[in-house]
Design a binder for this molecule. Structure first.
Ligand code: HEC
Length: 402
């Protein structure tokens, strides 16, 4: 298919003006339709996905930025209604072009599209040298169009089931409602991904196709993407031959019929959105309320309750001093885990002391290590002031065993 490039070079060489030529690809009404559709699609995608993935940080941020889930659902419903209106308009415009203007059905999938798809695959694999020659709509564009038709139908049916669960379960089993929710969510993910990957690639990355902004396409682009359509245009057979009288006659038939059909579809939309009361109207919206929360700060870090040692009956080891050690010190200072080399579980070992030598100097409380360490405070195990003075007194008395 080297002829795709060669005539281009030829026309460049011979006729520059010819090369600068533009062809109208999309009329203003088609572009406006597409832009409304884009807007409602983006709104539906955002407000739908944040409901489907409501636990993610970004969803929470979007929901609170748009003022709560009630607003999210409202926007979703308004965008859904907009989409339904676009569909009704699209059906009307399509019928008008086909019936009144006798336009060719250029969007219909044909066997040649399957062949083009295989051809393109071989081209991308480097097996064939040139891309397939295609007409007004390439197989890629037809795929996208019919994917939108199919996807919108799924979204409308499953959306209806979620919007009107009671009406749905009059005809179908109850499991259809959660099933509709799953299908609606997954189809949404599929649609968003295919727009982000497939459509963005086709219209922005492969090469920036401006025809949805300007409505026009250059001769060069025509030659590359739609050579068969260009050939038809040049041959004068792209546009059907219609007489003004014939068109007028068909319009007189078409417009009343479409008006009735459109009116019926609008009634359908009205029932779609108004048949049942939804959570938006039945569940009271979130409100700001004052709650009674008394200010009772908890001291931090929270300490475990201190055990109380048994009362000291006489100032001897047996009379209760051992009980003070037992409760406050022995957890760390015992025969198996002698922290600081100190074992305070027995009378003898307590007098022996730890790594720094004797802990208790009978008769000399002031110079006993145990008193100085405990008076300094901040030890992992602390006597209370009362307990400390009892121990101190016991040492002054000579630290008797009993
Ligand atoms: C939570 C564990 C823990 C508790 C409970 C504890 N201690 Fe200690 N104690 C230690 C550690 C650890 C050391 C060693 C500190 C060092 O060597 O720097 C130590 C060292 C000591 C020493 C110095 C020993 C030496 O010879 O160097 C004395 C005296 C002592 N503790 C007394 C007590 C007394 C009295 C109690 C009870 C009121 C007590 N400790 C409760 C952990 C504890």
């Amino acid at each position: 298919m080297s002829n795709i490039a060669e005539p281009l070079q030829g026309s460049e060489a011979t006729n520059v003006a010819e090369h600068k030529k533009y062809y109208v690809r999309f009329s203003l009404s088609e572009r406006i339709e597409h832009w409304i559709f884009i807007t409602s699609f983006i709104l539906l995608g955002i407000t739908g996905l944040v409901q489907r993935y409501s636990e993610t940080q970004i969803s929470k941020a979007v929901v609170s930025a748009l003022g709560g889930v009630e607003n999210i659902r409202l926007i979703h419903h308004v965008a859904a209604i907009t989409t339904m209106l676009v569909v009704i308009y699209h059906i009307g415009a399509l019928g008008y072009r086909v019936y009144v203007q006798r336009a060719r059905l250029t969007m219909l999938p044909l066997v040649s599209d399957v062949i083009s798809a295989f051809h393109a695959a071989l081209y991308y694999l480097g097996i064939r040298k040139d891309p397939p020659q295609q007409g007004r709509y390439t197989f890629e564009e037809k795929l996208e169009y019919w994917a939108v038709v199919w996807g919108t139908a799924i979204m409308a049916v499953t959306g209806f089931m979620m919007w009107n669960p009671i009406a749905t379960t009059r005809f179908l089993p109850g499991q259809f409602i959660p099933a509709a929710k799953v299908a609606h969510g997954l189809e949404a993910v599929l649609a968003v991904l295919s727009i982000l990957i497939w459509h963005m690639y086709q219209v922005f990355i492969r090469h920036f196709n401006k025809s949805m902004y300007t409505g026009k396409i250059s001769e060069k682009e025509m030659l590359h993407d739609h050579p068969l359509e260009l050939a038809d245009i040049k041959a004068g057979i792209a546009k059907p031959l219609v007489t003004p009288e014939g068109e007028r006659k068909r319009r007189r038939i078409y417009l009343p019929i479409y008006s009735v059909v459109a009116a019926l579809m609008l009634v359908g939309v009205y029932y779609f959105i108004g048949y049942e009361e939804t959570a938006i109207s039945t569940v009271p919206p979130a409100e700001q309320a004052e709650v009674f929360v008394p200010f009772t700060p908890t001291p931090l870090p929270t300490l475990a309750p201190t055990p109380t040692p048994p009362p000291v009956t006489s100032l001897t080891w047996e009379g209760g001093i051992s009980g003070l050690f037992e409760t406050k010190c022995v957890a760390c200072h015992n025969s198996s885990s002698k922290l600081g080399g100190l074992d305070l579980s027995e009378y003898q070992t307590s007098l022996r002391g730890g790594n720094s030598g004797p802990t208790i100097l009978p008769g000399d409380a002031e110079n006993s290590l145990i008193i100085s360490i405990q008076s300094a405070g901040g030890h992992p195990g602390q006597f209370s002031t009362d307990e400390l003075s009892q121990v101190s007194e016991w040492i002054t008395e000579g630290a008797p065993e009993n």
